[in-house]
Design a protein around this ligand. Structure first.
Ligand SMILES: *Cc1c(COP(=O)(O)O)cnc(C)c1O
Length: 449
């Protein structure tokens, strides 16, 4: 146990010049833990010598591990535009710059500059959204999941909400309509069958305890074949006739008509607003292409009631969210789609994708075997399930490496691609123009070891 005595004194050890640029407090805490483990290892005779230099480098490793940022930029070469695991929608750099001043200075978030008194946080963006969507009023909450929760809790606590069995969705991150309904206090009234729901199913289920007719977007699946669902416009009619609230959890909620004929299957928020629904909600960072937020639009009297729910205080959004949303909504209103990366990517033509793919191919042709591939990808984010859109990719082959090894090497360099038909692909639908030169550098590093 003589070895125990050779563990350095903490005070002396941390004064090592190797730590001179480090936070002393953090170094001390790491060293104490390290020495504690060392003591145990000595006592259980797992080590028989102590090397101070090794201890210094172990301490620095740990220090760097803790202090480096865990959230990192990655290059999305999967082709999936709204990739939930990779942060969904991007914010344009210039838009972000315009918003920076709001975050880094005081602002009128809840201050009425004309009257010199308290103002309303949600007012900043309501005018622009109402203009954009043709709705009476709007409310912004943390995300669409909280929008659903707030709507159900406000209007259907201890009351029945009628939903088609074909629409009882589970989306990623364990958001399940029956469970959300349950925790909000609403009572789920399932109607119809998995494949078919008729208007009479809604009408037959209405009783004195019914509060709402709800429709949910089938975000990540489709029911094909012998199937039928009731459109939201019909649900709005039935709700009106029975003095009930109609509500559509639209999930993604797009405003701009989708390319590739996709809009034929997916009416936009504007299409639905023409029917004057009670309430409709969707995500800020899916096809709308902005930040994480839940956007609830509809009739003023219902939005007013939502604002009075104490829960709103728990679900409210920050100034950064509102500032980004305001800029993005302005861009949409002015049809400046180039400022919304999600839309920019969506509308990129295969010719443009080919051009970028060729640019990269020319740069790396001498390094590895690569070829242009016509392929297809998904919008993602629970928007248009099972509907593929055309794209262009570059398949990368490296001598002696299998596709999954190549995938791993790229991933270690924060380039996330995909494997298709036993080939590793970089899909250009989601690669940003300024990322091509980064990919070239990374490929050089990968190939040259
Ligand atoms: C995505 C989605 C949600 C959840 O939206 P978040 O913004 O992720 O909270 C809720 N309902 C449907 C139908 C969705 O597609």
């Amino acid at each position: 146990m003589i070895l125990l005595k050779s563990i350095p004194k903490v005070d002396k050890f941390v004064s090592n010049p190797a730590f001179k640029n480090c936070s002393k407090q953090l170094i001390i805490s790491i060293v104490k833990e390290l020495f504690e483990n060392l003591r145990e290892e000595i006592l259980s005779q797992r080590i028989d010598s102590i090397n101070e230099e090794e201890l210094v480098s172990k301490t620095l490793d740990k220090y760097n591990q803790i202090t480096s940022s865990s959230l990192k930029k990655v290059i999305n070469a999967t082709g999936v535009i709204i990739h939930t695991n990779l942060g969904r929608s991007l914010i344009d750099k210039n838009v972000f710059d315009r918003v920076k001043e709001i975050a880094t200075s005081y602002n009128n978030l809840e201050y009425n500059l004309e009257e010199g008194k308290r103002g309303e946080r949600y007012a900043h963006i309501s005018k622009i959204i109402c203009k954009l969507l043709g709705c009476e009023d709007v409310l912004i909450v943390n995300n669409n999941a909280s929008a659903v929760f707030l709507v159900l809790n406000t209007f259907a606590k201890n009351k029945e909400v009628i939903v088609s069995r074909g629409e009882l969705v589970e989306i990623g991150g364990s958001f399940r309509i029956p469970d959300v309904m349950n925790s909000s206090g609403a009572i789920l009234k399932e109607i119809g069958t998995t494949n078919k729901t008729h208007t009479k199913d809604y009408l037959n289920s209405i009783n004195e305890n019914t509060a709402m007719l709800m429709k949910v977007h089938k975000s990540n699946y489709s029911i094909e074949g012998f199937s039928q669902e009731v459109g939201f416009e019909k649900i709005i009619d039935m709700a009106n006739e029975n003095s009930l609230i109609d509500y559509y959890d639209m999930g993604s909620g797009h405003i701009v008509d989708l390319p590739y004929g996709l809009q034929n299957k997916e009416p936009s928020v504007l299409d639905y607003m023409k029917f004057n629904p009670s309430l409709l909600s969707f995500s800020g960072d899916k096809l709308l292409g902005s930040v994480q937020a839940g956007i609830i639009v509809g009739k003023k009297k219902y939005i007013e009631k939502l604002k009075k729910n104490q829960l709103l205080r728990m679900l409210r959004v920050d100034k950064l969210t509102l500032a980004l949303l305001e800029e993005n909504m302005k861009a949409l209103l002015l049809e400046k789609y180039e400022e919304i990366p999600t839309l920019k990517m969506l509308f990129k033509t295969t010719d443009e994708l080919k051009e970028n793919a060729t640019k990269l191919k020319n740069e790396i042709d001498s390094l590895c075997k690569c070829s242009l591939v016509n392929t297809s990808t998904l919008i993602g984010g629970g928007t248009t399930p099972n509907q593929r859109i055309p794209s262009v990719a570059l398949s990368i082959q490296i001598k002696n490496y299998k596709p999954n090894k190549i995938e791993q090497l790229f991933r270690e360099n924060k380039i996330i691609g995909r494997i298709e038909n036993d080939k590793f692909l970089l899909d250009f639908k989601t690669i940003q123009d300024d990322e091509i030169k980064i990919i070239v550098e990374k490929i050089k590093e990968i190939i040259n070891g």
